[in-house]
Design a protein around this ligand. Structure first.
Ligand code: SIN
Length: 551
């Protein structure tokens, strides 16, 4: 059996041959967490270089529909928001951190409004608040119905581009982080003008999640887990990698992209039905269609098996308001497939949506590698725990992004790049690979064996295949973004499968059919993962109390 062997760098670097850009703070990613970090670091007077692998419109933030969860209604309370967050978090969320983030919800919304975001309000000027799964009341601020992310990314992108201290580079891929004297001091980047290096006083990873490792996902094409893989190779501790949230409802039409159908639709009263038109969430959970996402997603999969169907249906016909007005983006996308959402049920199935795991950081985004920070979906703060309450992640991104930007600016110091680093050793007989074939095989394997329902045998088999593919790919000497991205996806997949094998219980988003119960006595704790000296994955058990974990 091949164990994963991850080299510290995917390519060589020679400081005499590579053009170098210098900055106080390098931010990798430009969604809400990266933008908040970049803006707050720049406001400290630091020079900031903010990189995005894609156009700003393609961040996961821009894809968000539901909105930002915040206590903005006099009848709501931070205590209620906290209780809902912890209930969904499956016993391993950090209650103190959650409390401090949730209390700053109104401030985060006000900050976005000050940047120009316009959230939906009624004629009297009160916020129109949506309700999503796991929330005991309506508290989700949204924009243009279901186009919240587009509105938020619009104002963040404009603020990034307008700030005199910030340089933005889109379509720029980060291949490797660079370290010197045990400190992260920059990165090797692939730009439209060729390979360059960045010398940085501090580095903030905000590269998002890795939904693209699954066949079905709500995530944009760039969500390949690059940030997590970069941090792993750089020696940072990761945590909670077994916890991947699947969203119950993505549009399912063969050949169409898996467009998210926001949970706010179910919050507004839409019902899940099978091909016979029968509701199936009633009786399964007291909150029925608004049960936590893992419960609804598994119920949908079960119904698909029971009815021998590829999907179930979401029925919006009984909503109080006109769904075309309330959900204009969903209406437009469905209309392209001749589905009138006021009358026709929408075919849906679950898709990978959010990675709870990532780079283990404290409440200010600090990792255990000097000079390296992480925020947003790339980070594991333990705010969410084993499952995430809907619309809490844009909030976390804004609050902790701003905090990390300030701390990284303070921590920034003159850096010196290493003069040389070596890539993986050359192979004598490199295999010729069809990368698309490997990619689709990985996505299918992850969906079938490391997805919503897992078991020991399936995980072990998946790990063997992933490790072998990773070995073949490195031996083929990938030398472009496509090859590096696939290497990152295989690395992240191996990390998810390793942690999922280890956690022999079911909790939150992690369900093991061979260990279907939650085991608090044994597993009320987090799993940490690190690259060992051979480049393999070492899995360590942390404690529930984040102050005493292995950071
Ligand atoms: C949704 O709109 O259903 C997604 C919101 C989220 O995942 O936070």
């Amino acid at each position: 059996m091949h164990a994963l062997h991850s080299p510290p760098h995917l390519g060589s670097f020679d400081s005499r041959k590579t053009p170098v850009l210098k900055t106080d703070v390098l931010v990798i990613g430009a969604g809400i967490a990266g933008a908040a970090a970049a803006l707050s670091a720049a406001d400290q007077g630091k020079s900031v270089l903010c990189l995005s692998k894609t156009a700003f419109e393609e961040t996961n933030t821009a894809y968000a529909q539901g909105g930002v969860a915040a206590v903005l209604d006099a009848e709501d309370s931070p205590q209620s928001h906290l209780a809902d967050t912890l209930a969904v978090g499956g016993g391993i969320a950090d209650a103190e951190l959650a409390k401090s983030i949730l209390e700053r919800g109104p401030e985060a919304v006000a900050w976005l409004e000050a940047l120009g975001a316009s959230f939906d309000r009624d004629a009297a000027g009160s916020y129109l608040l949506g309700r999503e799964g796991g929330h005991s009341r309506s508290r989700v601020v949204h924009a243009n119905g279901d186009a919240t992310g587009i509105e938020i990314q619009r104002v963040l992108s404009a603020a990034l581009m307008a700030h005199t201290q910030i340089t933005c580079m889109t379509h720029t891929f980060v291949r490797d982080l660079l370290s010197s004297a045990d400190r992260c001091v920059g990165a090797v980047i692939l730009t439209e003008r060729g390979e360059m290096a960045v010398e940085a006083g501090a580095v903030i990873l905000a590269a998002g999640g890795a939904g693209q490792v699954y066949r079905e996902t709500t995530n944009p094409i760039g969500a390949c887990g690059d940030g997590v893989a970069l941090a792993f190779r750089a020696g940072a501790t990761l945590a909670d990698m077994e916890f991947v949230q699947f969203h119950p409802t993505t549009l399912y039409i063969a050949g169409a992209s898996r467009f998210l159908i926001t949970e706010v639709v179910r919050g507004a009263g839409a019902k899940l039905r099978d091909r016979e038109g029968k509701r199936f969430m009633e009786g399964l959970h007291p909150l029925a269609e608004l049960a936590p996402r893992d419960v609804v997603s598994r119920a949908i999969l079960q119904r698909m098996v029971d009815t021998d169907d590829t999907h179930v249906y979401l029925d919006l016909s009984g909503l109080d308001r006109d769904p075309h007005q309330q959900f204009p983006s969903i209406s437009r996308i469905c209309r392209a497939f001749d589905i009138d959402i006021a009358k026709d049920p929408i075919p849906v199935r679950p898709g990978a949506h959010y990675f709870l795991g990532g780079v283990r950081v404290d409440g200010q985004g600090r990792s255990d590698v000097d000079g390296l920070f992480a925020v947003g979906e790339a980070a594991a703060t333990f705010f969410h725990g084993a499952n995430r309450l809907a619309s809490n992640s844009l909030l976390e991104g804004a609050v902790l992004g701003m905090a990390a930007g300030v701390v990284a600016a303070e921590d920034s110091r003159p850096a010196t790049l290493p003069s040389r680093v070596e890539g993986p050793p050359a192979s004598e007989n490199p295999p010729r690979l069809h990368l698309d074939d490997m990619l689709y095989s990985l996505k299918s394997l992850m969906w079938r064996q490391v997805g919503l329902i897992r078991d020991h045998q399936g995980l072990i088999e998946a790990r063997e295949r992933i490790d072998l593919w990773h070995h073949y790919l490195l031996a083929s000497r990938p030398a472009d973004q496509r090859g590096y991205e696939l290497t990152n996806m295989l690395t992240v997949s191996a990390l998810v499968a390793a942690a999922a094998t280890e956690r022999e219980e079911s909790r939150g988003t992690h369900f093991r059919s061979d260990h279907p119960d939650r085991n608090d006595r044994r597993w009320c704790r987090h799993l940490m993962l690190r690259r060992n000296e051979k480049g393999a994955i070492a899995v360590l058990e942390g404690n529930l109390n984040p102050a005493s974990d292995s950071r």
